[in-house]
Design a protein around this ligand. Sequence first.
Ligand SMILES: Cc1ncc(COP(=O)(O)O)c(C=O)c1O
Length: 391
Amino acid sequence: MTKNSTDQQTQAAQQLFSLLKKSVRTLNPYHVEPAMPRIKLDANENNWLAGRFQPILQERLESLPIHQYPDSDCLALREKLAALHGVDREQVITGVGSDQIISWVIQAFVEAGDQVLVMDPTFSMYEIDTLMAGGEPVRVPLGEGFVFQPEPFLEKARETMPKVVFLTNPNNPTGGVIAPEVLRPLLASLAQLRCVIAIDEAYYEFYGETVADLIDTYPQLIILRTLSKAYGLAGVRAGYALASEAMMDALGRVKPPYHMSGLDQLAALICLEHADALQPVLQKVIGWRETMEKEMKALALQEGEDRLRVFPSRANFLLIRTPLAAKLDQRLRESGIMVRGYGESGALANCLRITVGTETENKELLAVLQEVFQPPAGRSTEKPAEKEGKG
Ligand SMILES: Cc1ncc(COP(=O)(O)O)c(C=O)c1O
């Protein structure tokens, strides 16, 4: 390639960038680690269910008519979900992950300049979708220990009159919850305002509390769920939502045809047909979350909360904060274990989010944690910078 043509290409690429919508040009895109680690504890998947549905899927694939477009209405899947939740089929919508349904909520309701209220920190896609639509995310910080504060949230809602409110329960990445006695009155107050209320219950199965029963009371309420977490189907991309028929009519206006492939629908259906396999696995995950939390808290007790803090979680992951976060992350990577880190600044500075894995995976993780905080005799672990100074 000549220098001239390279220059022309660079110029054309710059021009292309300048053609981007301003809201997209300035966007910080969602980052996914490309590596496939030996032990993957960075995305809140359910490793206990690895390989569980493949044999059945393989058998049923034989009769899947892949030369035809899939069912655009996902009827069989929606009927299965409706039966599972005791609601009408018309009150269920499915998506390519709940991610897609989040984007439909924004596409359907948020115009340039509209406000969208979110907790801070929380799942970043609400903000990314809002910015893409030209809307303005309004973050309401969680309180000390990432505990949700209903009063400031409601106050901010009254002040900004958002088009959409997202509440994540349990929250990602903190694992904290909004108890029903707090959430239900808050919903009643929010329902007085003119806004859509999206309750993201992606981790519901690990928590057990829901407000899905309120979809008949509040037409503006939508409950987001996913098969990616407890159901062990993150690779399939299957999410769903429960809401009023009025809400479904709104989302139906932006939903593309044939959004879920026949493969997605079949795998999701098989997974739900074998949902009885789920309960014992959920108990294992919850049991291990409690064990890991206890072990980490015992370590924190010895080390001091400024060296290791474990935030209470009702999901399938634990958020910890430690000045040794970067070192711990590095040691985990060296051991082939990937967790989610959040860098050194912002509300999640020095935090790591650790998915609860299988027994072997959890034990390996805990061993690295022990080693970093309590190195075996003869091997030293760096002290955090601020402690070193105090000598
Ligand atoms: C709170 C929350 N909502 C939604 C999602 C998206 O899930 P999916 O698109 O896999 O259904 C996630 C994924 O991490 C999440 O943590």
